[in-house]
Design a protein around this ligand. Structure first.
Ligand code: SF4
Length: 308
């Protein structure tokens, strides 16, 4: 092998590399190994020209940069300040919203498996059943019912709490700043948004973005359970304490539910932070990424850099 002549990095690349190294340090990764390659072999073949670490950093940086950008655009302190947006009243503000104990809720019996080619129709039947719903108090303040979005045959499904202002206006879940972050989380897993399915515990926006009342969540979650049974994803990711509580049926601290796989209605349920919470506390990005990696493992998705 001919001696490898180190290439000089241009200032922009050097800054980008330094940024990635800082991100690695945040993740607790400090040891790196350099792999020499034949310079000629790399020319014209971008796959050979990218190190494993670069590929991994690329995906993780997607998540990191999205958090930083979104937090900045919102006026929240960036990662280096490690603060939260004090005073903002939101159901996503804290990790542990006040969720009263559920009483008298019985999850519907698990539905039969729906053939893949019939799932879109089956979802439409659920939407038709919801109709112009007035079953709970949330109907009075909504602009649009936000049913769900994505592939009816998705292997991965995300469940959030409820629509916010952007979602209420557009009729789609996760389209605001938190939605942008969720899109980047999905991309960091190596997937596209249209490959997953996304829904919420309640389908109408709670006033002032407050946490849904148990009666509202219990009334509306029957539709969510039916959506889950139709899509029957291999992996279900609960985004935040409200989703985790109303899916698993018992209030527990989020920290006690994260980091492991829960068996749930024929799927593997993984609990992580709500993207809106990550916008306000970017310190948790490392934990969120660890949760997503559990989901990737359950789905058999290779981590970036794994070329088996
Ligand atoms: S939140 Fe659900 S149950 Fe309540 S009015 Fe909206 S669609 Fe109906």
């Amino acid at each position: 092998m001919r001696p490898v002549v180190p290439r000089a990095l241009d200032p922009a690349s050097r800054d980008a590399l330094a940024e990635r190294m800082r991100f690695y340090r945040d993740l607790g990764l400090t040891d790196f190994y350099r792999r020499d390659v034949e310079p000629d072999a790399a020319v014209g073949d971008p796959k050979l020209d990218r190190s494993v670490a670069e590929e991994l950093a690329e995906r993780e940086a997607l998540l990191d940069l999205a958090i930083a950008d979104a937090a900045q655009s919102e006026g929240a302190p960036g990662p280096s300040h490690l603060g939260t947006a004090e005073g903002k009243q939101s159901n996503f503000f804290g990790e542990e919203p006040t969720i009263k104990t559920r009483k008298g809720f019985h999850a519907p019996e698990m539905g039969a498996v729906v053939p893949a080619e019939e799932r879109a129709t089956a979802l439409q039947v659920i939407r038709d059943d919801i109709g112009d719903c007035t079953r709970c108090a949330l109907h009075s303040g909504r602009h649009t019912i936000v049913f769900g979005d994505g592939s009816p045959t998705a292997r991965l499904m995300f469940v959030g709490e409820g629509p916010g202002a952007d979602e209420d206006a557009q009729g789609l879940p996760f389209v605001g700043r938190a939605g942008q972050l969720l899109n980047n989380m999905i991309a960091a897993m190596g997937l596209k948004r249209e490959e997953v399915y996304i829904a919420n515990v309640v389908k109408c926006r709670p006033p002032g973005n407050r946490t849904p009342e148990p009666e509202e969540a219990n009334t509306c979650s029957q539709f969510l359970f039916r959506q889950i049974d139709v899509v029957r994803p291999q992996v279900l990711v609960a985004l935040g304490a409200t989703a985790a509580t109303y899916l698993l049926g018992a209030r527990q601290p989020l920290t006690g539910l994260r980091g492991r796989v829960h068996a749930f209605r024929g799927t593997s349920l993984i609990v992580t932070y709500h993207p809106a919470f990550l916008l306000r506390d970017p310190r948790q990005k490392k934990e969120a990424w660890a949760d997503l990696q559990i989901a990737m493992k359950e789905l058999g998705l290779k981590k970036a850099g794994n070329r088996e």
